[in-house]
Ligand binder design. Structure first.
Ligand code: PMP
Length: 468
């Protein structure tokens, strides 16, 4: 009888839960909103469009989660996955085993990477690749006889992942779920954004020098002997396309070399064409010791990430693993053959001359639309690097005053946009844009038409706060 009761209770609970779609715990999502029935179930994708269960079609102006650079059903990628699944659907890279898809992809990546980065370690996600990069820097310092040199410096508003270590260097407190305080091995410095933090009349170069001085002060405050790495996105993507001020990374490089601190470039979003260059590092002149890649690597079709490293780091890892018998790091699915096969196909597409020429033209159109939309009364600034962009939303364009947080203005814009057929993401201060690299001129026209309509709609709603 007891068993029957339990089954009955469970059956009743399951019916209710299925009705509300509560079996599934969503991620980076408002769980209460799901309980209230505000769930958009995506059933199909085609080019830059996705379709929901009700048959509505949307332009996905975020490429899913900044990964579907080639859109949502590229047959070449689907074929690469299918072929690999039919040949060797799984193998690992442990215990002196290897497979051809991982070897080929590593060769492709090191051939296209900056000259000093020639070795690739695979993982499944951006978070894991950043974890691995931090572990590697620490392991190298232990090998150099400097075990206390393990601290990481990161920036406020930066996003590096959702595993314990990558979350601990994420500068958005509300995303450090389950760990209220900052890790003792991490220091934060302010994010870089000339629009927000530049002083009146301060040039970008002067602001960059001030930011680099802040980094150096943070290193000196804890002692250079304790600092292993500085982790930074070339352009801070999820924070709302925060661009490095002119000359910033050159000055940062000097500071890091002076104090023997490694640079980890988190290129999880920036790499592979998004910024109109192979890597954010090539565009902005960074010389990272380690570089992490993920999202566009497989166009989002399979979880795969990579850590690129220098010869020196690779040699140290080799030496250490010879001593202990193995490299003390490994993931069952790190370098999965299906992921590697689809990534190889994606890299071949990104490298095609006509693909790059089209992208270049698309970016010019994107920039024209961004410039035009900057005249909206609640848009303080538009920013972009290639096809990564954002609108900074303000209540007063002259003083750059923000809206009262309670107004949830960017959430309102996001919701209006979705009603108008465009999916995007936002922060409290920005509306973010990261469309597939294959978006056409006509689709950009539609996207920006919907964006203008939504901005006008919300501006009218909050007119009492807006200073014209
Ligand atoms: N780094 C950056 C810059 C990111 O934007 C993200 C994901 N938004 C990550 C790391 C983490 O990647 P993942 O979600 O694949 O773990």
């Amino acid at each position: 009888a007891l068993g029957f009761d339990v089954r009955n209770r469970k059956a009743r609970r399951m019916t209710a839960s299925a009705r509300h779609g509560l079996d599934l715990v969503h991620q980076f999502s408002d769980l209460q909103a799901h309980r209230n029935g505000e769930t958009t179930t995506i059933v199909r994708g085609e080019g830059v469009h996705v379709f929901d269960a009700e048959g509505n079609r949307y332009i996905d102006a975020m490429s899913g989660s900044s990964c579907a650079s080639l859109g949502f059903r590229d047959e070449r990628l689907v074929q690469a996955m299918t072929e690999q699944a039919g040949k060797l659907p799984y193998y690992h890279l442990f215990a002196q085993k290897s497979h051809e898809p991982a070897e080929r992809l590593a060769r492709q990546l090191s051939a296209m990477a900056p000259e000093h980065l020639n070795h690739v370690l695979f993982a499944n996600s951006g978070s894991e690749s950043n974890d691995a990069a931090i572990r590697i820097v620490r392991a190298v310092n232990i090998s150099r006889g400097k075990p206390e040199k393990r601290r990481v410096i990161a920036r406020h508003a930066g996003y590096h992942g959702s595993t314990t270590l990558s979350a601990s260097v994420t500068g958005q407190a509300h995303m450090r779920f389950g760990s209220d305080s900052v890790s003792p091995d991490v220091s934060f410095i302010p994010e870089v954004c000339h629009y927000r933090h530049g002083h009146d009349g301060e040039s970008e170069e002067a602001y960059a020098a001030r930011c680099a001085a802040e980094l150096e002060a943070a290193i000196l405050a804890v002692g250079p002997d304790t600092v292993a790495a500085f982790i930074a996105e070339p352009v801070m993507a999820s924070a709302g396309c925060l661009l490095p001020p002119k000359g910033y990374f050159q000055l940062v490089d000097e500071v890091l070399r002076r104090h023997d601190v490694a640079l980890i470039a988190d290129e999880v979003v920036c790499a592979l064409g998004r910024l109109d260059s192979p890597f954010g590092s090539t565009r902005y002149g960074l010389r990272p010791d380690l570089m992490t890649l993920a999202k566009p690597l497989t166009g989002g079709y399979f979880p795969l990430s990579a850590v690129l490293m220098t010869d020196e780091i690779y040699d140290t890892l080799t030496l250490e693993s010879a001593k202990s018998g193995l490299l003390g790091h490994g993931l069952t699915y790190g370098g999965h053959p299906i992921g590697c096969a689809v990534a190889s196909a994606a890299l071949e597409i990104y490298a095609q001359a006509d693909f790059r020429a089209n992208l270049h033209a698309t970016i010019a159109t994107f920039e024209r639309h961004l410039a035009a939309i900057a005249d909206c009364p609640i848009v303080g600034e538009t920013r972009n690097a290639g096809l990564l962009g954002a609108l900074e939303i303000v209540a007063d364009k002259t003083t750059r005053r923000r809206f009262d947080a309670m107004e949830n203005v960017t959430l309102k814009i996001g919701r209006a946009l979705q009603k108008n057929g465009v999916i995007t993401r936002w922060t409290r201060e920005t509306v973010n844009l990261c469309p597939p690299l294959v978006i056409s001129e006509d689709e950009l026209e539609v996207l920006f038409g919907a964006l203008r309509a939504s901005l006008d709609q919300v501006a009218a709603e909050v007119a009492h706060e807006v200073e014209e």
